[in-house]
Design a binder for this molecule. Structure first.
Ligand SMILES: [Zn+2]
Length: 89
């Protein structure tokens, strides 16, 4: 499911690329759980960006930690290595 483009998905079964839907247009694989996970990631990324923009670094770190639990190589991993987390935990 890894993709930096959060507007489209690639079906893990057949590889078809499409906009997010609950079902693959080609092979009819159920993608609803992946779509919900993508929405959660998008929401957390936006909260993280908003927190950084407002200087709420504690909240930014919490968002980054939640993103890291979903996927350890997302943007959050980069942010956590900026040592923000050491100052605000
Ligand atoms: Zn498919």
């Amino acid at each position: 499911m890894r993709s930096t483009n959060r507007m489209k998905c690639r079906c893990p079964s057949c590889g078809a690329e499409q906009v997010w839907q609950d079902e693959c247009r080609r092979c009819r694989t159920d993608l609803s759980e992946l779509r919900l996970l993508n929405e959660k990631i998008c929401s957390l990324e936006q909260k993280l960006i908003d927190a950084l923009n407002t200087g709420d670094y504690r909240h930014a770190v919490r968002c980054a930690q939640q993103l890291k639990q979903i996927d350890p190589v997302l943007l959050s991993d980069v942010l956590l290595h900026l040592n923000l987390s050491q100052d605000f935990q």
